[in-house]
Design a protein around this ligand. Structure first.
Ligand code: SAM
Length: 264
């Protein structure tokens, strides 16, 4: 759905996508290679956002990347960020009704889009429709907050970050575990896995928290915690990071689907 973001919200969102793209490169790049991106002629990036991930996709292929999003402010941003990349074409469009003929692409991929889609099954089925037989549909990162492993525990805050916060913002915190179903029901032969194996160091967690502190506070305030409660939680959280004992992991699922009927 197109968004009405203030310039400040847009700025923060773009920065967040840029950071996410950096932090997830080690998980996404092997998938691009496995899916055969290099030799694809026509690639579709569904829900391209600001183009932070599209830039990587374009760098991994000799083909043309069509990048589509339904948010016009993000398409404008992507146009700036991707300036100079000759193999990228940007388009506005809805992932639920992809404006392409059947079998147009060798590969259709998306990153962190199904989680926010109103009807993820329709999006995957549309991606399957527009790839050729033997072509691939790739969901490179879709989290599953229900699988979060966190230590030391905090009874009040953990459930909020284990799904409630995402649900409140209209996302599906358990989309990761549903990927196999979505791909199989779209008629694809699906390989599903978890892309992130490494657990971040406490220094990485601290840097991430510092960058997104306002976001964390906002989520916790919306969940009904008082500033005093948040401060107490924050102090415990930062102390455990300083002690180097914090573990914070949530699985990022991926799926590579192959459309039947081709030669691979
Ligand atoms: C979390 S962002 C991810 C952006 C980008 N793929 C990345 O990883 O940097 C999700 C993106 O999906 C887009 N999106 C969500 N639903 C969509 C739909 N139905 N059609 C097209 N784009 C959609 C949003 O506008 C947003 O840009």
């Amino acid at each position: 759905m197109p968004h009405n973001r203030s310039p400040e919200e847009l700025h923060h969102f773009i920065k967040k996508l840029e950071q996410q793209a950096l932090e997830t490169a080690e998980e996404r790049h092997p998938l691009y290679i496995r899916a055969g991106l290099k030799d694809a002629h026509m690639v579709l990036d569904v829900g391209c956002g600001s183009g932070a991930v599209t830039k990587d996709v374009a760098a991994h292929t000799n083909g043309t990347v069509v990048a589509l999003d339904d948010a016009l402010d993000l398409i404008d941003t992507a146009r700036e960020i991707l300036t100079g990349l000759e193999n990228v074409v940007l388009m506005a469009g809805d992932a639920h009704h992809l404006p392409f003929r059947d079998e147009t692409f060798d590969i259709a991929l998306c990153n962190l889009v199904l989680m926010w889609s109103e009807h993820p099954q329709q999006v995957v089925s549309e991606m399957a429709r527009v790839v050729r037989p033997g072509g691939r549909v790739v969901a490179s990162l879709e989290p599953d907050f229900g699988g979060k492993i966190h230590w030391p525990e905090n009874e009040q805050v953990d459930p909020i970050f284990a799904g409630e916060a995402i649900r409140r913002r209209g996302g599906d915190p358990h989309i990761g575990r549903k990927l196999r179903m979505l791909f199989v029901r779209a008629g694809l032969d699906a390989e599903v896995g978890i892309g992130n194996q490494r657990i971040w160091s406490c220094a990485e967690d601290r840097a991430s928290y510092t960058r997104s502190r306002d976001f964390y506070w906002d989520v916790l305030r919306r969940a009904g915690l008082s500033d005093r409660e948040i401060r107490t939680w924050e102090q415990e959280y930062l102390t455990s990071l300083d002690q180097g004992i914090q573990v914070n992991f949530f699985p990022q699922f991926y799926a590579i689907g192959t459309k039947r009927g081709g030669q691979g």
